[in-house]
Structures are given as structure tokens and as C-alpha cells.
Design a protein around this ligand. Structure first.
Ligand SMILES: [Zn+2]
Length: 308
């Protein structure tokens, strides 16, 4: 593939009806856990929010999922009416807090940073405390990442996932799940422990079969840029197989930029391309899809962007 310039894409037309970016990561000052592609300068938060507003994105959920970013996520949500927080220790982080750095199938050499000296129990305890705050609308992203973990790490991930499930249930908040190459175990753990009332598979990566499991159980699927990638026919079959009342949309920015800007940096305002792509896949009129996505989002998180 030709290398496109690693900048943010241009703004596109506003959606005909507002939507919410159900899961994103803003690069924040003092938080180096969200990496932009090399050479890309971060957009200021003012610019991010202004562009989102012009695109029809009225609300955004920022996931802080590494220890140094938890409090920053809460601060961000306090500062901006349009932004709420989701908190967790990401599955790839859980194993590092447990001192496990075994290389997984992706071959990536795990590196420990100073914050990994905090025990996994203490890190999850902070998630539990901060998640009780009103600015935090979900627990996530938590789950299993079998692409990045070998067996010892997977064991740690499973334990941490169950603890996050328990926190979400105790607080009565939705759960945002990261499921990478681990569909069967994610589903098995949710069934064994009992899923929170509102359970969302963030950046849904399944096919028709997993979509049917979600629909039967009343679990949500949040679709991101990959649903627009040419090769991902199975993912689009998953979208078509979902109960429409359980489908939401997200960017997972700054990663996973949708077509036609794949390879550039992602941000909430770029979600318009993903929504267009989903409408085309579903054969649904764009305005109608926006209404559906918005209604589903409010069912899960409430209308947090409406100031009280
Ligand atoms: Zn994410």
C-alpha cells in the first residue's frame, strides 16, 4: 500500500443527525500512553471538539486504560461537557503489572515501565475507586488480548477481566470489552460470571457467528474503522447479523482510521466515514442509521453530553 502522509484527514460533511463516538483515546499532555503515528502533531482538544461538533459528533467517551491515564481521563471528562470517561487496566497492561513479559503470537517484545511496579491489585483498585465518579460512564476497555499474550499473560488477563466485570456490576455501569483473538474465552467468562446489564464489545472484531451470540445475549457491538476495510467481509457480515438495537459506533482513535483515510491519524470527527460505510453495508438510510446509533448509545450510557 502506498504510504500516505501521516497527518489528520480533512474534515468531511456533517452527518445529517448527531452521533456519539462510543470509544476513543485522546492524546493528552502528561500521558504518553496514546501514541500518534511518527511525525503527527496532536490536535489541541479545542480543535478536536470543534471538529467533532462540525461533523455531528455531540459526545465522546475517552477510555483511559493504563494506570498513568486514569486520573487524566477523569480530569478530561470534568473539563469537557462533551466528553465522558471509561476506565480500566487494558488487558495488555494487566500482565505487565503482574511482571509477566512473555512474548505472544504477535512477537512484540513487552517492555516494563516504572508504573508497572504498582501491583495489579492496586491498579485495579484505583479503577474501582475512580469508576464510581459520575464522569465515568463505563468500565473499559477490559477483556482478553490473545494476540499479544502467551499463556502466563493470558491467565493474568482472565483474572483481571473477571475483576473488571465485578466492578461494572457493583457500580451498575456498562462494560467495554477488548476482545482480540479471544472470542470463545470472552464469551465463556461473561457467561460464567454473569455479564453486566450493559455489555459492549468495543471495536467488534467478530463475524456472523459472534454477532449472533451477542444478539441472543443482548450484548452490544461497537463498530470502528475496520468495518470499512476492503478485506473485512466477515466483519460486515457480523454487522448485518447484529440486532439493530444493539449496534453502536466508535473511532478507537488515534488508531484504525476508516477508509478513505486509512493510514492517517484518527480522531472523533473522522467517524463520519465509518457511519457512511455502515449505512452502505446495512442498506439503511443515513439519517435513520444515525437515529438508531444515537438511541442505542443513550440506552447504554445515558445522554452524558447534555449538561444538567
Ligand atoms: Zn481502545
Amino acid at each position: 500500500m502506498a504510504k500516505k502522509s501521516p497527518s489528520f484527514p480533512p474534515e468531511a460533511d456533517e452527518l445529517p443527525s448527531p452521533v456519539v463516538d462510543n470509544h476513543t483515546h485522546f492524546p493528552l499532555k502528561g500521558d504518553d500512553t496514546v501514541d500518534l503515528p511518527d511525525g503527527v502533531e496532536a490536535l489541541t482538544l479545542d480543535e478536536q471538539v470543534a471538529r467533532a461538533e462540525r461533523a455531528g459528533v455531540v459526545g465522546m467517551i475517552h477510555s483511559g486504560c493504563e494506570l498513568p491515564g486514569l486520573q487524566l481521563a477523569v480530569d478530561l471528562a470534568r473539563e469537557w461537557r462533551q466528553i465522558a470517561a471509561a476506565l480500566a487496566i487494558h488487558p495488555n497492561e494487566t500482565q505487565k503489572h503482574a511482571g509477566v513479559t512473555d512474548v505472544g503470537p504477535d512477537g512484540w517484545q513487552q517492555e516494563l515501565q516504572p508504573h508497572h511496579e504498582v501491583s495489579l491489585d492496586d491498579a485495579i483498585q484505583l479503577v474501582a475507586e475512580l469508576s464510581a465518579l459520575p464522569e465515568v460512564v463505563a468500565v473499559g476497555e477490559t477483556g482478553l488480548d490473545y494476540f499479544r499474550a502467551a499463556e502466563r499473560g493470558r491467565e493474568v488477563q482472565r483474572r483481571a477481566f473477571r475483576e473488571h466485570i465485578a466492578i461494572a456490576k457493583e457500580l451498575g455501569k456498562p462494560l467495554q470489552i477488548h476482545d482480540r483473538e479471544a472470542h470463545a474465552d470472552v464469551v465463556a467468562i461473561l457467561k460464567a460470571d454473569g455479564a453486566p446489564e450493559r455489555t459492549v464489545f468495543h471495536c467488534f472484531s467478530g463475524d456472523r457467528e459472534l454477532a449472533e451470540v451477542l444478539s441472543v445475549n443482548g450484548w452490544y457491538a461497537s463498530f470502528a474503522g475496520p468495518v470499512s476495510y476492503k478485506a473485512n467481509e466477515g466483519l460486515r457480515a457480523g454487522l448485518r447479523a447484529m440486532d439493530p438495537s444493539l449496534v453502536v459506533v466508535e473511532t478507537d482513535a488515534p488508531y484504525l482510521t476508516p477508509v478513505p483515510h486509512r493510514g492517517r491519524a484518527n480522531a472523533p470527527y473522522v467517524i463520519t466515514h465509518t457511519v457512511h460505510s455502515m449505512a452502505a453495508t446495512l442498506g439503511t438510510e443515513l439519517t435513520q442509521l444515525c437515529h438508531q446509533l444515537m438511541g442505542n448509545t443513550i440506552q447504554i450510557y445515558g445522554a452524558f453530553w447534555v449538561s444538567s
